[in-house]
Design a protein around this ligand. Structure first.
Ligand SMILES: [Zn+2]
Ligand SMILES: [Zn+2]
Length: 211
């Protein structure tokens, strides 16, 4: 004998039932708590977005970030950021022995701001200087290689070109030191006290490299 859905009157012979309800009405009892919209900080200067940390805009990473803001106990979840900058999310949820798929729509609100890199850059901040010295050709090649990599990881407020060779100013000491190590270079390192901030001594590091 057919069960009749107490909510909409559908018959169990005609569609899928979970418990005493048809699948559609049963879905309404599942608590899918998704936000109407998720705020994502976007840097007005470099157009990167903050998804935990600052990074390039990427649909998959934004989808993951939005799923984390959804308060849903799901088995599996998918998120697809659409062209118009919104996000379709779908969850498979196990309930009463059935696997139910629920889709929702989450808006994305881009909140313009300035990332740490850009705000430091605009204030002339830097932590390290890489000095390249040696014969012209090798120095130029190394400078271009370093700048290309450093620009992805930090920022370069300026490059001083003197007769002795370029001084590359670098936003992050760590990025500079890691790059130099990765390239197998042996720098002469000197630290200069720049000032004191919040009781901490601030050093600027110069890495002098002879090629
Ligand atoms: Zn129903
Ligand atoms: Zn930025």
């Amino acid at each position: 004998m057919d069960i009749i859905c107490p909510h909409c009157g559908a018959k169990s012979g005609e569609k899928k039932f979970v418990d005493n309800f048809c699948i559609d009405c049963f879905k309404r009892y599942i608590d899918v708590d998704t936000p109407a919209a998720v705020d994502i900080l976007v840097c007005r200067h470099c157009d990167r977005v903050k998804l935990g940390k600052w990074q390039e805009k990427n649909a998959n990473a934004m989808g993951e970030f939005i799923l984390k803001q959804c308060n849903v106990h799901y088995d599996t979840a998918k998120a697809k950021v659409t062209e118009d900058g919104e996000c379709d999310v779908s969850f498979t949820i196990r309930a009463k022995g059935a696997i139910i798929e629920v889709s929702e729509h989450v808006g994305i609100k881009f909140v313009p701001t300035m990332c740490e890199n850009c705000s430091r850059q605009s204030s002339g901040y830097f932590e390290a200087i890489i000095q390249l010295r040696g014969a012209g050709d090798a120095v130029e090649k190394m400078r271009d290689k370093m700048v290309a990599i450093l620009e992805r990881e930090t920022f370069i407020p300026k490059i001083d070109e003197s007769k002795r060779g370029p001084d590359i100013y670098v936003g992050s000491r760590q990025a500079a030191s890691e790059l130099i190590e990765r390239l197998g270079l042996k720098p002469k390192i000197s630290n200069k006290l720049h000032g004191v901030k919040d009781g901490q001594r601030i050093y600027r590091t110069t890495f002098s490299i002879r090629l």
